[in-house]
Design a protein. Structure first.
Length: 548
């Protein structure tokens, strides 16, 4: 066998921890896909459209640490852009590889298919620039520098990268050189000193400090460093919905979810009454803060984000998040004396024969969760209700509240479950979102994986109805027979379907799911059109006001 550029790319992905690559075939990537399918350390997961593949690679990366996808030039890669942009916004490292026309065809500026018919070959690569943190055009000569460079950048910045791989280059022979490419991180010692000094001074004066933890903690896997900081300084923590899972909800220093004015009264009072808010890896977005309704003073906040420190007097760019946290852990001398109340979720509820409401659905769902679960919650009532649940130990909560592209979680579920087949994956999603990426279900059936999918059938776009146009025709979709979908997508008896209208039926479905862990479960959950979790009712008012 001749060792080629394609082999090298797969080996580098494999070294970074990728063992499954998602995508869709096309003539500009087929021979590279042969290399993937023949490779002992890489599995090809074919998808039925590229958007779904990009979501799957993102989901896989959120559980596995990094993901990859291969699509074809133009038509394929452009269809991934929504997913890649989401990965950029939410800091998920995905290596997006485009199989492209040969260098020969490109040099001759031929009018080949999947181009705009103008003889240009760089239009699409340019489009990836704002949504990836690095890009590479692979040649036989630069492959051994460029491939490791962009993969390492994806890992370092926790953001997607784009690789343009002309299909002739993929097949070119390569003699692996005996040298390592390693990115050199700048020296941040001066900036770190300034940061530590500023945080120390502010802590010395603080009477009620609090940590707001956000999504970067998940992306950079900084949980332990953050928890150590909270424990050693005895500073309580809240987290944003954009970042749920950042702080263990079973920890005694955890006081609850913070969502601005929509937070639980106790949490709101504590955070809004704080004189030093340490924003660690968090972004105070509109949806995470219910329309920027935080009640604390921005001057009382210190931002410690990846490559951004801002104490309201000085801002510095460059320090990686983990370096900041390590410096704080090693150098800050402080012990908080203010008392706080550990988060206590509402008590258990008993199921009745009443029809399900959104509030009771999430209360009961919370009782179904168990340690280690991966829970995905789709933008819509599922996310807003989902983030109010108390997460058991070692569970992971996945949503996409910053980018907010509906259909994301169904696509992502394929990747999260394939990243670790031993973890129980639970998806909470609405009918409107299912209709965007529904073909993923077919791929899940083909891959023989066993996630649990709860689809709320509330006859359309409830979250949009809450914001504007309660009865508007544009918030209506064709109601499908959702529970029949697995059969349509080829399932025989691999998927157990359930239909639930009351609390008791939901709880009965939980028992059946628990009794049949070796099956995929698809549960259609009927809910009133205009019912929504309490917090969403408030957030939607804020969204409506923002658009006025
Ligand atoms: N298109 C994309 C790709 N992303 C979006 N966020 C939207 C449109 C706007 N949008 C946000 S939520 C939503 C729409 C259309 C409706 C979601 O409906 P559904 O999944 O049924 O959830 P529900 O609120 O009814 O539970």
């Amino acid at each position: 066998m001749t060792y080629t550029v394609g082999h090298f790319l797969i080996d580098e992905l494999s070294k970074a921890g990728v063992d499954k690559t998602f995508g869709v075939p096309g003539d500009f990537n087929l021979t590279f896909l042969d290399t993937i399918t023949e490779h002992p350390d890489m599995e090809w997961i074919g998808n039925t459209n590229e958007l779904n593949a990009s979501y799957a690679a993102d989901g896989y990366a959120r559980v596995n640490g990094i993901g990859a996808l291969v699509t074809t030039f133009g038509v394929g890669e452009l269809s991934t852009m929504n997913g890649i942009a989401g990965a950029y916004a939410e800091r998920v490292p995905v290596v997006a590889i485009t199989g492209a026309p040969t260098t020969n065809v490109e040099n001759q500026k031929k009018y080949v298919h999947h181009t705009l018919g103008e003889g240009r070959y760089d239009d699409f690569r340019k489009m990836f620039k704002p949504i990836t943190c690095a890009q590479a055009y692979i040649t036989q000569v630069n492959a051994q520098e460029e491939i490791p460079r962009v993969i390492q950048l994806a890992m370092r910045e926790k953001r997607p990268v784009h690789i343009h791989l002309p299909i002739d280059v993929a097949a070119m022979p390569l003699t692996p050189a005996n040298h390592q490419v390693s990115l050199i991180e700048a020296d941040h010692s001066d900036a770190l000193d300034k940061m530590v000094q500023s945080v120390q001074e502010r802590l010395n004066q603080a009477k009620q400090p609090v940590i707001i933890a956000g999504h970067e903690i998940n992306s950079f896997r900084a949980h332990e460093a953050l928890q150590t900081f909270s424990e050693e300084k005895h500073i309580p923590a809240v987290q944003l919905s954009l970042g749920k899972s950042a702080f263990a909800e079973t920890h005694e220093n955890y006081i609850g979810m913070y969502a601005g004015a929509v937070s639980e009264e106790r949490v709101k009072n504590y955070v809004d009454g704080s004189d030093l808010v340490l924003n660690i890896g968090a972004k105070l977005t509109d949806s995470a803060t219910s329309g920027f309704s935080y009640g604390f003073n921005e001057a009382d906040m210190i931002v410690i984000n990846h490559r951004l420190f801002d104490d309201h007097e000085n801002a510095m760019e460059g320090i990686p998040l983990l370096e900041s946290l390590n410096a704080l852990n090693q150098q800050i001398d402080f012990r908080n004396e203010a008392s706080f109340e550990t988060y206590r979720p509402a008590g258990r509820i008993e199921a009745s024969d009443k029809e399900l409401t959104q509030n009771n659905y999430f209360n009961l769902m919370n009782q179904f969760l168990r340690p280690g679960d991966v829970i995905l919650a789709e933008q819509g009532t599922s996310f807003f209700g989902g983030y109010t649940m108390k997460l058991p130990a070692n569970s992971q909560f996945i949503g996409q509240p910053l980018w907010g592209s509906i259909g994301y979680t169904l696509g992502a579920l394929l990747g999260t479950q394939l990243a670790d087949k031993n973890r129980r994956n639970i998806l909470l999603i609405g009918d409107g979102s299912v209709q965007l990426t529904v073909q993923s279900l077919s791929t899940m059936i083909r891959e023989n994986i066993k996630p649990i999918i709860f689809c709320i059938n509330n006859d359309g776009y409830t979250v949009e109805r809450m914001i504007h146009g309660e009865d508007a025709s544009y918030n209506t979709i064709k109601m499908w027979h959702y529970r029949d979908l697995p059969r349509v997508f080829g399932a025989e008896d691999e998927v157990v379907t359930h239909f639930v209208e009351t609390e008791q039926q939901l709880v009965d479905a939980f028992s059946q799911i628990t009794n049949q862990p070796d099956k995929m479960h698809f549960i259609e959950v009927m809910m009133r059109v205009l019912d929504a979790p309490d917090n969403l009712k408030e957030v939607s008012k804020a969204f409506a006001a923002q658009n006025e």
